[in-house]
Design a binder for this molecule. Structure first.
Ligand SMILES: [Zn+2]
Length: 311
């Protein structure tokens, strides 16, 4: 009986709570309409502004955490002025602050080790990889000592290092000063760039074609550099979405054009050979920055020139 009494009691309490809240809502709404309480409406517009800016900015890989701006650094070093620059910067750090600070070349600890390794470390790395491949062969039920497989661990290790050679390259070395002040302001497109990359979820390839377009702000980049930038980011463990974005961002930052557009169509072996096993599917990703993002007409011109929206 006691229990029975308490249950309706608590119910009525929460009921009155709800009523209270309703009343509060009503009151705040009244205040807003009367022009007194500006806070709620300001909060609302603020939230919208925040959402807008995050949409207009290119999405970044979560690893691409920008370091504090060099401006700030200089300020602090002016007051403290203790740490010599050489000590902070590693020998492989790109002197172009933009690319590395943005993490676009993304040298993680492991990739820097790979970049700076000695011949002896290189051999050790290969040995470790060979051991891992041998384990894989055993685990799939093979005999790693049979003739056909004897050299497979070494071959696979070397192939894997080649598939991921992009970790040992950076954008600055590839561009190598090939930016020319031509006063050219018309769209430049390089299409059907062949891409061979590795899906980071399954370690199997995805292959396809990338189309890169940009509208210069006077400066143009050597045309052969665009496929090479694409290659740099493709020869890493990737997902197609990030690959597309990284290529666009890198071009945007080294060239500072009016806009960049990158579209990629590819077929993923992890999808074709396993899982859904749809051999005809192709995945299309795109990243548009600058004027391509702002102007629909420019974007459509690019898409019709690469022949994507004709289908
Ligand atoms: Zn996959």
């Amino acid at each position: 009986m006691v229990q029975f009494d308490t249950i309706p009691d608590s119910n009525s309490a929460s009921g009155s709570d709800r009523k209270d809240r309703k009343n509060k809502d009503k009151r705040s709404r009244d205040r807003t309409s009367a022009g007194e309480g500006r806070a709620p409406s300001q909060n609302g517009s603020h939230a919208i502004a925040e959402r807008r800016s995050s949409v207009s900015k290119p999405a970044r890989d979560f690893r691409d955490k920008p370091e504090p701006s060099p401006k700030k650094k200089r300020k602090t070093s002016a007051t403290t002025a203790i740490v010599p620059v050489e000590e902070v910067e590693s020998s492989t750090r790109s002197p172009s602050p933009v690319i590395d600070f943005d993490g676009l070349s993304r040298p993680s600890r492991g990739t820097r080790e790979r970049l700076e390794e000695t011949e002896k470390q290189k051999e050790e790395r290969l040995e470790r990889m060979k051991g891992a491949v041998r384990t894989l062969l055993e685990c799939v039920g093979e005999d790693p000592d049979r003739e056909g497989l004897l050299a497979t661990p070494e071959r696979y290790a070397k192939a894997m290092l080649f598939f991921t050679k992009g970790y040992q390259e950076n954008v600055r070395d590839i561009v190598n000063g090939a930016i020319f002040q031509e006063g050219h302001n018309e769209m430049v497109i390089v299409k059907d760039i062949e891409i061979f990359s590795m899906c980071e979820h399954h370690l199997v390839p995805f292959t396809g074609k990338m189309h890169i377009g940009y509208i210069p702000a006077n400066a143009v980049i050597g045309i052969s550099k665009l496929p090479r930038i694409a290659e740099l980011f493709a020869r890493r463990l990737q997902i197609q979405e990030r690959l597309t974005k990284e290529v666009a961002n890198a071009i945007m930052e080294v060239l500072k054009p009016q806009g960049v557009a990158v579209v990629m169509e590819s077929s993923h072996l992890c999808m074709v050979m396993r899982g859904v096993e749809k051999t005809t599917t192709s995945t299309i990703t795109s990243c548009v920055l600058g004027c391509f993002e702002r102007k629909e007409k420019t974007r459509n011109e690019f898409l019709s020139l690469i022949g994507v929206n004709r289908r």
